[in-house]
Design a protein around this ligand. Sequence first.
Ligand code: XIL
Length: 297
Amino acid sequence: GSTLGTAAAERGRYFGAAVAGHKLGDGTYTGILNREFTSVTAENEMKWDATEPSQGNFTFANGDRIVNHALSRGMSVRGHALLWHSQQPGWSQNMSGGALRSAMMNHVTRVASYYRGKIHSWDVVNEAFADGSSGARRDSNLQRTGNDWIEAAFRAARAADPGAKLCYNDYNTDGVNAKSTGIYTMVRDFKARGVPIDCVGFQAHLTNSVPSDFQANLQRFADLGVDVQITELDIAGSNQASVYASVTRSCLAVARCTGITVWGIRDSDSWRTGQNPLLFDNSGAKKPAYTAVLDAL
Ligand code: XIL
């Protein structure tokens, strides 16, 4: 194939990008999106603060703009994210206990129900594990509602949209380490007890290298019976092109690695300001990293 999307499709995968809705009127941006990508993730527009700015009042216009752009052009959508400790609306940040748990589950149910039938994969829970050597859950207001909040969220999401694949998504989990092993143990437990989980997302915000056991780590999750996806790929540093190629080859080598999403289109679109971690330069030209990915697909 001559684009990321067509080349990935020949390998049975999607190739996606995070999209900012307010940029869809930029012809250069949207031209690249429509030409190269077969999946989209809303960069911010489907998060809790964006979709439920006051309790019980849901706003989907900005998410809809991205979802409709994608679906009308045959692209699939990754839903991002139903529950996350960050980018919560102000009203939920100081809630706790049963009131917060009810608000969380209502959020999951309402958003997943609204988008029912339109979402390929939902990040049901994002970044719920701690960094470092503990392998434990991250402390947050969500976690303090009880350790079962993650499985409760997955059950609510399944009930609301039975056709969507339900993912757990996190960062610093690309290699085998205490954090990824904590998640691995949770997924194994969920599968054993019939908690509905279908996929694990690896954000892969990288600088100059990818862990040498990246492929083995993807494979150990796949061997639990879930799909794996590279969900927010961006790579800073001088080894950028070769690391992009390596990440792409690792996904292709794992049968259940179903797709790759880059976290933005041009370097100037990246949340990693000044690090130029993406596949297109500020003017929209293909970088060496682009060619490295295309050649690896
Ligand atoms: C980032 C967005 O790119 C920024 O625009 C926003 O200000 C903060 O969030 N992990 C995630 C993404 O799961 O939602 C984050 O996106 C990047 C880190």
